[in-house]
Design a protein around this ligand. Structure first.
Ligand SMILES: [Zn+2]
Length: 105
C-alpha cells in the first residue's frame, strides 16, 4: 500500500488517522450577455481561441480537483476560504498588493 501524504504540507498520513478529502470545481460563469458590438474584443477572443490548445481552452471553462488534507491544512483552507468571502486577506505579503486576487465580487 502506498504512503498517503497531505496534498498541502506533504505530511505522511498515519494509517487510521483523521484526514479529509477536499474536492473542488471551478467553471466559467455566464451572465447571458455577448457583446458583439465591440469588434476588437471579439477579434481578440477569436485569435486567442485559434492559438490556444484544446486542453488550455477546456481549463478556461471547467476545472476540478481532489486532494487529501491533514486536519491542520483543512483548517487553513477553511480560514482562507472564509477570508475570501469577507474580503479579508489570509495570504502572507509576497511583494504584490494582492488586490486583484481578492476582488471577486
Ligand atoms: Zn497538511
Amino acid at each position: 500500500m502506498s504512503e498517503v501524504r497531505c496534498a498541502l504540507c506533504a505530511r505522511p498520513m498515519v494509517p487510521g488517522s483523521l484526514r479529509y478529502v477536499m474536492m473542488w470545481k471551478m467553471f466559467a460563469d455566464y451572465d447571458g450577455i455577448i457583446d458583439l458590438e465591440d469588434e476588437r474584443n471579439f477579434g481578440n477572443t477569436m485569435r486567442a481561441i485559434k492559438t490556444a490548445n484544446s486542453a488550455d481552452l477546456e481549463e478556461q471553462v471547467f476545472m476540478e480537483s481532489r486532494h487529501i488534507l491533514c486536519p491542520s491544512c483543512r483548517e487553513e483552507v477553511l480560514e482562507s476560504l472564509a477570508s475570501l468571502e469577507h474580503g479579508e486577506s489570509a495570504a502572507e505579503p509576497d511583494g504584490g498588493n494582492g488586490e486583484e486576487e481578492r476582488n471577486l465580487h
